[in-house]
Design a protein around this ligand. Structure first.
Ligand SMILES: *Cc1c(COP(=O)(O)O)cnc(C)c1O
Length: 372
């Protein structure tokens, strides 16, 4: 029973009211950062229960600003998981610092906290833990380690708006949390990001850096720093703000769909399913499975495509990518076996609001027929 239509890996669910919110802004003529950005920032700050939410042009720029605001640069080391979207390590390079990769845990795809402390040196300034695929990493434990060694924690929560550890939102544990509204995330502005913090001075600095180094002094616009243009536009803010109202429903719906995969794929011995501890809330930004080593993953991708199903790998083993491989010449196989395995054998399955339970049963049945 082949599907007539192709099921893409992801389609964002943009509804009429979201489009109306965006076109209202277009008609107003106010196209750059303004009131709509500010309103969106307030809603995110309320939702996450943080003092400051600062909208940024995308998630990568958000991480970049976080490092800049702390003056992290040449000679400094920043710890990152070996397995993430490449931006997590690229931003460390952008400020001239050195990324120190740490292998992940094979069942959660998040940084292995046992290995984390071993990577800390006298040069370490910060840790960028990633809540990979929307599952909160062991962030309380990471913050304790960071505190002991006086390190800054910048949470890459790009996939994790709504994720929790022990009833507290991912992105609100460290000094800074960074979110993305790329179309592959739960709610989207096309390109977009959000930086959150409870630190007043830091928030001020970031607002200045975001907008050309502009500060208001005695009611006068002054250029106090060599800043960036990392602003979000008002129409992007209106588009994503409209979706934010549905976020709890979106997360519930995706959780429901994820249960179908767990049920239908649970007895397939050729793959392993993602694991989330009981004290975590997963956003299911990606449903990431791991194929056994004996299975040719790329061949599996081709077969899934033939059955009208879009799939992809989940994230990069960053130290094995050309730039990092050439620059640091690390022994990836020996140092990051789990990151490498997840990169080579990982598969992200479709899971979003536009799919229903029949679609999920079809996808799971196809997998079970291909992997027997
Ligand atoms: C999506 C993503 C980013 C980058 O966000 P952009 O908004 O696309 O720049 C960074 N880190 C992780 C873990 C991501 O998933």
């Amino acid at each position: 029973m082949l599907k007539e239509r192709f099921i893409p890996l992801m389609i964002p669910d943009i509804q009429q009211q979201d489009i109306d919110a965006l076109t209202d802004v277009l008609r107003s003529g106010m196209l750059i950062q303004g009131k709509k950005v500010e309103e969106f920032e307030h809603s995110i700050a309320n939702y996450l229960n943080v003092k400051h939410a600062i909208a940024i042009s995308n998630g990568t720029a958000t991480l970049h600003l976080a490092l800049l605001a702390y003056g992290i640069g040449k000679g400094d080391e920043v710890i990152v998981p070996a397995f993430s979207y490449i931006a997590t390590a690229n931003v460390v390079e952008l400020v001239g610092a050195t990324p120190i990769f740490v292998d992940i845990d094979r069942s959660t795809f998040n940084i292995n906290t046992d290995l984390l402390e071993l990577a800390i040196t006298s040069k370490t300034k910060a840790i960028i833990p990633v809540h990979e695929f929307g599952l909160a990493c062991n962030i309380s434990e990471i913050c304790e380690i960071a505190k002991k060694h006086e390190l800054i924690v910048i949470e890459d929560a790009a996939c994790a708006l709504g994720a929790k550890e022990n009833d507290r939102f991912a992105g609100t544990f460290g000094q800074i949390g960074s979110f993305s509204f790329h179309p592959r995330k739960a709610i989207t502005s096309g390109e977009g990001g959000m930086l959150v913090t409870n630190d007043d001075d830091l928030a001020k600095k970031i607002r200045i850096l975001r907008n050309h180094g502009i500060d208001m002094i005695d009611g006068k616009m002054e250029f106090v720093d060599a800043g960036y243009n990392y602003r979000m536009t008002d129409f992007q803010a209106a588009l994503v703000h409209s979706q934010l109202k549905r976020l709890p429903d979106i997360l519930d719906y995706k959780r429901g769909l994820s249960e179908i995969y767990f049920e239908d794929l649970g007895s397939n011995a050729n793959l392993s399913l993602p694991y989330a501890a009981a004290n975590k809330v997963h956003t299911w930004q990606s449903f990431h499975i791991l194929l056994n080593d004996t299975i040719d993953r790329d061949q599996f991708f081709i077969k899934m495509n033939e059955h009208q199903i879009g799939v992809n790998y989940g994230a990069q083993c960053m130290p094995s990518q050309i730039f990092f491989k050439k620059k640091y010449k690390l022994n990836v196989e020996a140092m990051f076996p789990n990151a490498l395995n997840a990169y080579k054998q990982g598969v992200v399955l479709p899971l979003y609001e536009k799919l229903n339970s029949d679609d999920l049963h079809y996808i799971a049945a196809t997998i079970n027929s291909l992997l027997t």
